[in-house]
Design a protein around this ligand. Structure first.
Ligand SMILES: NC(=O)C1=CN([C@@H]2O[C@H](COP(=O)(O)OP(=O)(O)OC[C@H]3O[C@@H](n4cnc5c(N)ncnc54)[C@H](O)[C@@H]3O)[C@@H](O)[C@H]2O)[C@@H](O)CC1
Ligand SMILES: Nc1ncnc2c1ncn2[C@@H]1O[C@H](COP(=O)(O)OP(=O)(O)O)[C@@H](O)[C@H]1O
Ligand SMILES: [K+]
Length: 488
């Protein structure tokens, strides 16, 4: 798991370490790591043109020291000081000693010819969007030829939430120190950060346990283990699906198929799309009756394509009245938003899977802080909230959060959400991981499946179902690979 630490958590750990190390040691560690990534990106130092945008705080200090290291190896470095009187004095002296050039915000900045642009305007000390001279330089850097590299956090991005209030630096790479900040992987900040490189500056032992994480293939593989000799179809988790309708059988077919393809134990379907499900998935056990006619299950998936009429409402209420985990998706979300007590009164885990418009039906729009929004609704309803999007966020009622690290924009097509609901049902039915972890694992697997299914071109939702076994194998396989890589 990759921990996501807030700016305050990083600062607290830095304070402990600063008191125990010689002055400037942490900044040197940061600048050394930063310069090493820049060298890798440049491929050579000698003759490379580097422009560093330098603000008045320690973030600017990192950029100046890294610039000094690059200049010492023969790079032609220009530091653009946004506030010349307040630039980090030791960093500035180091850059000058190494032969770097220094100019002001209106001076010859070299942005039109740079091979690499360092953004050291602001880091974790930043508030709000970039102000005029910095905003103008950031826009020129984005339009210019240089590889854009943000120091710690792209300037203008809120490190904790990923919110961008106004202008921000658009980086192709972000070199971040001590811990990955949530704002680099979620919301608008994710788009500004590009590829994130983590530099270890020794904060690890002093960091508070993070309240947000990203799962890796290895984490998810632990929930996708192959069956053992003693397993039977029941022990692998029995999923119940209430979805689709006679008019719209597609959602039921996709959801049932996804549950079967994730963990082929047993899937029971109850509803009015039974004929479609029977035709597509002879493996499923289908009843045209109510959920209580379906037989015993270990988790329910409710909602995709089921409608919101009185009959659908009664079906949803029946499922929610059980003491089993329930995925509340699509039409079931619309009904739950009308009657939140249906969810609030439950004791068994409930996972709500809204996209932004469905989320807003619960009263407040998502806004720029996606983790905060998911946490708020999760706490209010005592449920797990899986907020779909470019980087899907999962939050539990206790504030535990996950940001998904897999996926592709090719998933923005009808029916892919129905597939996610089916995957999630399959993972919940075994009852082993906590519901928020199961939800995060489902989002991870769904994203990997999207990547696999779109490797050669656009995907439709049924392609996802077809590629699920391959994606499960891929996640299991790369987990084994990463264990080997680490020498375990
Ligand atoms: N504390 C430490 O020991 C370490 C800090 N490090 C670096 O220090 C950074 C934090 O440094 P600081 O706390 O000095 O703060 P920053 O350097 O992030 O920002 C503070 C400065 O930015 C200005 N500013 C704030 N918002 C702005 C905006 N929207 N537009 C333009 N200017 C704005 C402020 O007026 C202030 O001068 C980290 O992000 C990291 O890069 C690293 O060197 C590692 C060690
Ligand atoms: N731009 C995007 N980038 C990555 N994933 C996306 C993007 N847009 C949508 N997705 C993913 O695709 C799925 C869409 O689900 P949903 O909106 O419920 O679709 P539907 O209701 O048609 O099934 C979600 O898992 C979401 O995270
Ligand atoms: K920065």
């Amino acid at each position: 798991m990759i921990g996501l630490s807030t700016a305050a958590e990083v600062r607290a750990a830095e304070d402990v370490l600063l008191a125990r190390t010689r002055e400037g040691v942490l900044m040197q560690r940061a600048a050394t790591g930063l310069a090493a990534v820049c060298l890798r990106l440049l491929g050579r130092a000698h003759g490379a043109r580097v422009t560093a945008l330098v603000g008045a705080g320690n973030n600017g200090g990192d950029a100046l020291f890294a610039g000094a290291r690059l200049a010492a190896r023969g790079a032609r470095v220009t530091a653009v000081l946004l506030d010349p009187d307040r630039a980090h004095p030791a960093g500035l002296a180091a850059l000058r000693r190494a032969g770097g050039r220094v100019t002001g915000p209106e001076g010859p900045d070299g942005l039109d010819r740079a091979d690499l642009v360092l953004d050291g305007v602001v880091g974790t000390g930043g508030r709000g969007g970039l102000r005029p001279p910095a905003a103008h330089l950031a826009a020129r850097a984005a339009a210019g030829p240089g590889v854009t590299v943000a120091v710690d956090v792209p300037s203008g991005v809120d490190a904790d939430t990923g919110a961008v209030d106004g202008e921000a630096f658009a980086a192709l790479h972000t070199v971040t120190f001590g811990a990955v900040k949530p704002g680099l992987v979620v919301g608008d900040g994710r788009g500004c950060a590009g590829t994130v490189h983590l530099v270890d500056i020794g904060l690890g032992p002093h960091l508070a346990a993070p309240r947000a994480h990203q799962l890796t293939d290895a984490d998810v593989a632990a929930h996708l283990q192959p069956p053992e000799p003693g397993d039977d179809k029941y022990s692998r988790g029995v999923v119940g699906v209430v979805a689709g309708s006679a008019v719209y059988p597609g959602a039921a077919v996709l959801c049932t198929g996804a549950a079967l393809r994730t963990r082929p134990g047993l899937v029971r379907y109850a509803g009015t799309a039974g004929d479609g499900v029977r035709a597509a998935w002879p493996e499923a056990i289908v009843t045209d009756g109510r959920p209580s006619d379906a037989g015993r299950v270990q988790a329910w998936v409710a909602g995709p394509g089921m409608g919101t009429d009185d009959d659908a409402r009664a079906t949803l209420a029946e499922v929610l009245a059980t003491d089993l985990p329930v995925v509340v998706d699509a039409d079931a979300l619309t009904m739950a938003a009308r009657e939140p007590d249906l969810v609030r009164d439950r004791r068994a885990p409930t996972v709500l899977t809204p996209h932004d418009r469905e989320f807003a039906r619960f009263g407040v729009p998502v806004g720029a802080d996606r983790i905060g929004a998911a946490r708020r609704l999760a706490a209010e309803l005592g449920a797990v909230v899986l907020l779909k999007g470019d980087a899907t966020v999962v939050a539990g009622p206790d504030g535990t959060a996950f940001v998904n690290a897999t996926g592709t924009a090719e998933l923005a097509t009808a029916g892919t959400g129905d597939v996610l609901a089916g995957i999630l049902g399959a993972l919940l039915a075994t009852g082993t991981p906590p519901a928020e972890t199961a939800a995060a694992a489902a989002a991870h697997l769904h994203g990997r499946t999207g990547q696999l299914a779109s490797a050669r071109g656009p995907l439709v939702a049924s392609d996802l179902v077809r590629h699920l076994p391959g994606a499960v194998g891929l996640v299991r396989g790369s987990a084994t690979g990463s264990l080997r890589d680490s020498g375990a």
